[in-house]
Design a protein around this ligand. Structure first.
Ligand code: NAD
Length: 366
């Protein structure tokens, strides 16, 4: 088992990474200081697969837990579902010593985390991420949120977990598109912070796609270390944390304009990373050969570098402006200078639009 510490102002918490850790959830929660009753939140699919093992481990360690199932999918990050969780927390008699355990992907982590941040003005929260995306990204850093009709993640809170417990064996059942979507975030960490991780992804692609536990341990740990370092230095996204948005300026716009669910998050980020690479070359920041390596790595993991169907470049530009990360009218892009080093820079609209044009599908060849 590997352990990474996330140090944030006002405390720190461990990320535990290993195979078979679900069987140890109970003792690990007790060791992390959880004492009260627990709400175990999972979506229907994950609950069927893993809630019995988790509930058994919690019971064995002396915890009383209530399983709360929500429907799978982004539509559960809603006010309605949040209200349902509060009602179930109250019915289960959760008090200030209680904790919410999120078992599942980023949807469950974001929703259950926001419920924990706000119920009784904040109770303890534990993340047990079961998608690669949640293990390398969503479960670390304390951002929680729900969606409202006006936009995704518009209502949320920073609420750091007490513990993040990553059982790599849960990835064995993850559908292939979700697995590849998570790999996009791993590629992101390679580009923004770690050329060694990038080279590992290039060299060991087959074993990674075969989900070798040893390699998963390596890439998940390294990704969590990088995220922990960044959020430790900038918990509330005042500066450094912005580099985690590499590929996300255009990626978020693609998700919004195509309609949520049309592209998995990692697929949209992959398109955004390819666009950022070509923008970097255009601005003379990134050597063309490095951009080609980034694009080749994205493609080699079966991730898209371009849109599957055309999307209006002006609509993409408008969506980039609407994103809550745009500041005072200027679009900000994270751009690589080399593998492992990025800058955050304002980009004029005409270049951002050109990036949206560059990711349009290739015309069919005759
Ligand atoms: P998800 O939570 O919807 O999970 C994807 C699907 O995989 C679901 O159908 C789920 O039932 C299934 N699943 C999960 N684990 C499984 C397993 N081990 N085996 C089989 N099936 C499994 O999606 P996601 O990609 O994990 O998360 C996306 C969400 O994360 C978005 O809402 C996004 O906004 C959020 N997010 C949050 C942060 C953050 O910092 N808080 C960062 C990135 C993304």
């Amino acid at each position: 088992m590997r352990e990474i510490t996330v140090a944030v102002p006002g405390g720190s918490y461990p990320i535990l990474i290993g195979g078979g850790l679900l069987r140890e959830v109970g003792v690990r929660l007790a060791a992390a200081g959880c004492r009260g009753s627990l709400a175990l939140v999972a979506d229907a699919g994950v609950a069927t697969l893993y809630a019995p093992a988790v509930a058994a481990s919690l019971k064995e360690a002396g915890f009383t837990s209530t399983l709360i199932e929500i429907p799978a999918g982004e539509q559960s990050k809603s006010l309605e579902c949040l209200g349902g969780l509060y009602a179930r927390f109250a019915a289960a008699g959760l008090d200030r010593r209680a904790a919410v355990v999120a078992l599942g992907g980023g949807v469950v982590g974001d929703l259950a985390g926001f419920a924990a941040a706000t119920y009784l003005r904040g109770i303890d929260f534990v993340q047990v991420p079961t998608t690669l995306l949640a293990q390398v990204d969503a479960s670390v850093g304390g951002k929680t949120a729900i969606d409202i009709p006006a936009g995704k993640n518009l209502v949320g809170a920073f609420h750091q977990p007490r513990l993040v417990l990553v059982d790599l064996q849960t990835l064995e059942t993850l559908p292939e598109p979700d697995f590849r979507s998570g790999l996009a975030e791993v590629i992101k960490y390679g580009v923004i912070a770690d050329p060694v991780l990038f080279a590992l992804l290039e060299a060991r692609r087959q074993e990674i796609l075969a989900r070798s536990e040893g390699l998963l341990a390596e890439i998940v740990s390294r990704s969590c270390e990088i995220k922990a370092e960044v959020v430790g230095a900038d918990e509330r996204e005042a500066g450094l944390r912005e580099i985690l948005n590499y590929g996300h300026t255009l990626g978020h716009a693609v998700e919004a304009v195509a309609g949520y669910g049309r592209y998995l998050h990692g697929e949209a980020v992959a398109i955004g990373m390819a666009a950022a690479a070509s923008l970097g070359v255009r601005l003379g920041l990134l050597p063309a050969e490095t951009a080609a390596r980034i694009e080749a790595l994205i493609a080699s993991f079966g991730l898209p570098e371009r849109l599957r169907e055309p999307l209006d470049p002006d609509a993409l530009l408008a969506a980039m402006h609407r994103d809550k990360k745009a500041r005072a009218g200027s679009l900000r892009f994270v751009l690589a200078r080399t593998l492992g080093a990025v800058i955050v820079t304002e980009v004029p609209d005409e270049l951002a639009r050109a990036a949206a044009v560059a990711v349009q599908p290739r015309p069919p060849t005759e």
